[in-house]
Structures are given as C-alpha cells and as structure tokens.
Write a protein that binds this ligand. Structure first.
Ligand SMILES: CC(C)(COP(=O)(O)OP(=O)(O)OC[C@H]1O[C@@H](n2cnc3c(N)ncnc32)[C@H](O)[C@@H]1OP(=O)(O)O)[C@@H](O)C(=O)NCCC(=O)NCCS
Length: 280
C-alpha cells in the first residue's frame, strides 16, 4: 500500500539517491535547505515501509510551489505519483495557498493536467561557462542589507506573494550575489545568484516589463562575477532577446520545461528568470 509521510533528516540520503537517477544534481545541502524553508512540506512516498519517492513544497502565502516529484521506476504507473502530488497540494492548501505552481517536463504535462494543473509559459534550462568580459553599468548596484527590503517588496509585487523567507536566506548566504538596477531612485529589476563550489545558479531575476536593458545589465554583471563557474538558469521562453544573448555568450539550451498553475496566475507581466525548478 502507498502512503506519504513528512521527510526527516534520515531520509535525505534516499532523496539524493533517487533524484540522482534523473541527474537533478540535488545534494544533501539542497534538501536541508528545502526542509529549513518548509519543515513540514517535504515528503517521502512509501510502498508499505519501503521508500519509493519524494516531493518538496514551499509556501509563500497565497502562492505555493511543488518540486522534485519522483517515484521509483518500478512503482510508476500505479497511481503513487498522483497520490504524492495530491498530498503535496493538500499540504499547501492547509497552509493557505490558493495558487500552486510547478515546472513540468514536457512529457509529464498530461500527468499534471489530470491533477488540475494548466499549462502556461515554457521555460528553457540553460547551462554554460561565462565567457571573459569586462562589464560595468552604473545603474547596477550591489544590494546591501538596507536595500534588500525594497528588493523584496519589488519581487512581491511581481510574483504575487512574498518570497521573503527564501530571498532573505539567499541574499544573506555567504558567497551568493545580489544586485539591483536602479534609475532615478526607482528599482527596475534585481537578480540573485546562488554560488556553490564550482557551480552557480542564477535566479531569481525579475525586471519591469519592457526593461530589457536592466535584465541584460544585471545578467552581465552576474556573469562577470561568475567566470570559471559552471552556471545554470531557467529562463522564460518569452524572453527571446535574453535567450539569444545568452546563447551567444557560451550558454547552451539543455531542455525545456512548462510552468503550470493550479489556478489563474498571480504573476504580473515582467521579465523573469526562475529562482529554481523546485521553488519557482
Ligand atoms: C511523473 C511521475 C512522478 C508519475 O508518477 P506515477 O506514479 O507513474 O504516476 P501515476 O501512476 O499516479 O499516474 C497517473 C496517471 O497518469 C499517467 N501518467 C503517468 N505519467 C505520465 C506521463 N508522463 N504522461 C502521461 N500520462 C502519465 C499514468 O499512466 C496514470 O494513468 P491512469 O490513471 O490512466 O493509469 C513518475 O513518472 C516519475 O517519477 N517520473 C520521473 C521523474 C519525473 O519526471 N518527475 C516529474 C518532474 S516534472
């Protein structure tokens, strides 16, 4: 019989093992981070007492996100994955979430549609090593502690819910990068990068619709700092010019995912790079 329970520290090794089968590159640190953000919202799927799957969630007030959904290959096609996702959805609803988002592989879109999700924008996962370049733009500023609250307010307006608990953690972690683009005292956009040993993930990046120059300047500033790192990011397919710029500067498109939502969007139109596939 299938059942779902809360993930605990002892399950992390299993979570890393099962997600490695999909090459998601998630480490023990990633699961500890998810559990610190949503202690009751990370789940283990069981067949009797055997661990056969996982899913993670994060709640941001009225918006929630589901990530890392996986069922052991030998148990697929028997309803376990649906049960796991429904459990995650139930948890998020119990936290007051009204709209749930997720990124789906194209081949799983139908699976999520059966669970009530609707497809929205396509995103491209990019990977590459930034090419050497000299870039400086006076409108791009390092986001110091005092300005972080303004950046979070800007993000909340566009995301449709407060991601404070996530953004504060990212911004305050040593080594990570956070910049905003400001003109006449108005923030036009911001971008962060999570920096690990030899690997970095850019995201989130949020800029006012129509301000491609801000998005490009923020990205170039980050890429300049990330020389020598393998960098990845999840870019909205709507941003054709941004994608073109990245493809021309040494990035390659790895695969596409589809952003899906359980209810109509809270998002405002904006230039958007995901924080991560797991958390929106
Ligand atoms: C996607 C996944 C979690 C689904 O788990 P599962 O246990 O196989 O799902 P279920 O058995 O509950 O599937 C429910 C229904 O959807 C169908 N289904 C499952 N995956 C499907 C897919 N990719 N496309 C279309 N239908 C699918 C099943 O056949 C089943 O149909 P039925 O109700 O008519 O029998 C599982 O295939 C998996 O772990 N895949 C690898 C990791 C992955 O891709 N994760 C998702 C990241 S977006």
């Amino acid at each position: 019989m299938f059942s779902v329970r809360q993930m605990c520290e002892e399950d992390i090794e299993f979570a890393v093992q099962i997600t490695d089968t999909m090459n998601w590159n998630l480490t023990e640190w990633d699961f500890k981070f998810m559990m610190s953000l949503e202690p009751e919202g990370c789940f283990i799927l069981l067949h009797d007492s055997r661990k056969i799957g996982i899913a993670t969630t994060i709640s941001f007030g009225k918006v929630g996100w589901i990530g890392s959904v996986i069922v052991d290959e030998s148990h697929r096609g028997k309803g376990a994955g649906s049960m796991l996702v429904k459990h995650a959805m139930g948890y998020l609803k119990s936290r007051g979430v009204e709209t749930i988002g997720l990124y789906s592989y194209k081949e799983n879109v139908e699976f999520y549609m059966r669970l009530g999700f609707k497809r929205e924008t396509e995103f491209t996962v990019l990977k590459g090593e930034p090419l050497p370049s000299q870039f400086q733009e006076k409108s791009v500023k390092v986001t110091e502690k005092g300005e972080l609250q303004k950046v979070i307010a800007f993000d909340t307006f566009h995301f449709g819910a407060s991601r404070r608990k996530l953004l504060e953690k990212i911004a305050n972690m040593r080594g990570n990068l956070c910049y905003h683009y400001i003109e006449e005292r108005e923030i036009l956009g911001y971008a962060m990068a999570k920096v690990y040993n030899h690997y970095a993930e850019i995201g989130p990046l949020v800029c006012l619709e129509g301000h491609l120059e801000a998005a490009e300047a923020l990205l170039k500033t980050l890429l300049n700092k990330l020389r020598g790192f393998e960098v990845s990011m999840v870019v909205s397919g709507k941003e054709e010019k941004l994608l073109k710029m990245l493809l021309e500067t040494g990035f390659s498109a790895e695969f596409n995912v589809v952003r899906m939502f359980s209810k109509p969007l809270a998002f405002k139109d904006c230039i958007y790079i995901a924080e991560s596939l797991e958390r929106g």
